[in-house]
Write a protein that binds this ligand. Structure first.
Ligand code: FES
Length: 149
């Protein structure tokens, strides 16, 4: 019998003794009921499932549990401390969301970008590459620039 995998999610340890190739996204949504992280394409293209993996943006639909184990995973639910994260605050102030489906992934990707590039340029923002079917890109850009202030 194999050892259960230990995964640290939003600072808490969890164990998974099922299929190690199962995508992290299923564990988050189905096992832990952390449904802020969304399923879009399931093939790593759209970014709706973006979480932080040791602080870096990562697409949870293509991240097997075995690769997530022993790393620090942060979901949108884990972003807030006492208050909203500054990126979330900027999202509200710029009224970014339209349907909202992709926005948790957008916010997680923006958090990663701002950590790497505290003064991001348009190319940096475009490089995120998370898709939004409502086309909220101009407001995403504004919110990222606001959060960078
Ligand atoms: Fe993971 Fe689209 S659902 S990238």
């Amino acid at each position: 019998p194999r050892e259960p995998l230990q995964v640290t999610i939003n600072g808490k340890p969890y164990f998974h003794d099922g299929d190690p190739t199962m995508p992290l996204l299923w564990f988050l949504r189905d096992t832990l009921r952390l449904t802020g992280t969304k399923f879009g394409c399931g093939i790593g293209n759209c970014g709706a499932c973006t979480v932080l993996f040791d602080g870096k943006a990562m697409r949870a639909c293509v991240l097997p549990m075995s690769a997530a184990a022993t790393h620090r995973i942060t979901t949108i639910e884990g972003l807030e401390g006492e208050a909203l994260h500054p990126v979330q605050q900027a999202w509200i102030e710029e009224d970014v969301a339209q349907c909202g489906y992709c926005q948790a992934g957008q916010i997680m990707a923006a958090v990663d970008l701002l950590k790497r590039k505290p003064r991001p340029g348009d190319d940096d923002i475009a490089s995120i590459g998370n898709l939004c079917r409502c086309g909220t890109y101009p407001r995403i850009r504004k919110a990222i620039l606001r959060a960078a202030e």
